[in-house]
Design a protein around this ligand. Structure first.
Ligand code: FES
Length: 113
């Protein structure tokens, strides 16, 4: 299993449930950044984890928040996090995911902008 430690990380597939759009997210790439690179009209505003506009719910798959000076989970209510909601401009998938997001919407800014 030592060789597994050196295994190259692969891109993961992101599927948007509402539109059926699919795109690849590079290892360590933030979800919203990958969406924008693929011309998806992801709701956004600040892009730094402080407004909450980019919220999305992960229906399948897993991911993580890389180290950041912001604490994006301060924007989310516990019930939302329990349902899989993430701040997409600060979160990166680590497996293939299916996500629920309102593509094309302006986004509901709830944090400080
Ligand atoms: S765009 Fe503002 S928190 Fe993500």
């Amino acid at each position: 299993m030592v060789f597994g430690l050196f295994k190259k990380k692969e891109p993961v597939k992101v599927t948007i449930k509402s539109t059926g759009d699919e795109f690849m997210c590079e290892p360590g790439e933030l979800l919203m950044k990958a969406a924008l690179r693929n011309k998806i009209a992801w709701p956004l505003s600040c892009k730094v984890g402080s407004c909450g506009s980019c919220r999305a719910t992960i229906l399948e798959g897993e991911g993580k928040y890389p180290p950041s000076p912001c604490d994006p989970v301060m924007i989310l209510y516990k019930e939302e996090m329990d349902k899989g909601m993430v701040i997409a401009c600060q979160w990166t998938p680590t497996t293939d995911i299916v996500v629920d997001v309102e593509v094309g919407a302006e986004g509901d800014k709830r944090g400080m902008v």
